[in-house]
Design a protein around this ligand. Structure first.
Ligand code: AMP
Length: 225
């Protein structure tokens, strides 16, 4: 690869802190943050057919079928802002998605350079997910107590409204974690075998995890090195 591009894939259960860290790393590296969940929520907001289909799965905490999801993310990765790299958050979530991603990146002359895996105990995941606010405008996530909704987002001058995601309720949440264990956790082995995985505890503070990540990214290779 001619340019110094980086492709980073965040792995971890719902509530592990992937989104929070992914946004920070993307800003740091000046590459797009691509969240498959956000892409679906955007389709939902716009009332597209894809959005309507996705909602039936999202409401239940199930995964949207692979073919639909892969097509959507491939299209996003092909956009010009991904030329120097990308941060994937929430994709891939199944082994077929990971394989399709490898094939698509190879076709585009891109690659994955690092896969940070944020490990968090299940009891803490449940606690975090049922107690968080999400910003409608920028997608930032806050613990309930730290950011009461009346104050709005305030992150990086954002003034978006805070809301509780429809799928952040205990029943759907439980299902999302089950689905993660069964369908997504095998990706830990998938990426470890390819020498791309770094495993870190996501139970520390946001800043602490971010520092470890910054160090790991600094010493990781660029694509093609
Ligand atoms: P997230 O915002 O990553 O928690 O995703 C919210 C929901 O969107 C998930 O519970 C799934 O229903 C759907 N979704 C997001 N990413 C994927 C994916 N890679 N594969 C299938 N479904 C997904």
């Amino acid at each position: 690869m001619a340019n110094k591009s980086r492709g980073i894939v965040f792995l971890g259960a719902p509530g592990a802190g992937k989104g929070t860290q992914a946004v920070m790393v993307a800003k740091d590296l000046d590459v797009p943050h691509i969240s498959s969940g956000d892409l679906f929520r955007d389709h939902l907001k716009r009332g597209t057919e894809l959005g309507k289909l996705a909602q039936t799965f999202m409401d239940k905490g199930e995964l949207v079928p692979d073919d639909v999801t892969i097509g959507m993310v491939k299209e996003r990765l092909g956009q010009p802002d991904c030329l120097n790299g990308f941060i994937l958050d929430g994709f891939p979530r199944t082994v077929p998605q990971a394989e399709a991603l490898d094939a698509a990146l190879a076709e585009m002359g891109k690659c994955i350079s690092l896969v940070p895996y944020l490990r968090v105990r299940e009891s803490m995941l449940m606690e975090r997910l049922t107690h968080r606010w999400t910003c409608k405008a920028c997608g930032a996530v806050f613990p309930y107590e730290a950011q009461p909704p009346r104050t709005g987002c305030k992150k990086e001058h954002c003034d978006g409204d805070l809301y509780q995601r429809a799928d952040d309720n205990p029943e759907t949440q439980k299902r999302r974690i089950e689905v993660y264990m069964k369908q997504t956790a095998p990706l830990i082995t998938y990426y470890r075998q390819r020498g791309l995985l770094i495993e870190l505890s996501g139970e520390h503070t946001i800043d602490y995890v971010y520092r470890i990540l910054q160090d790991a990214i600094a010493i990781s290779k660029y694509c093609g090195e």
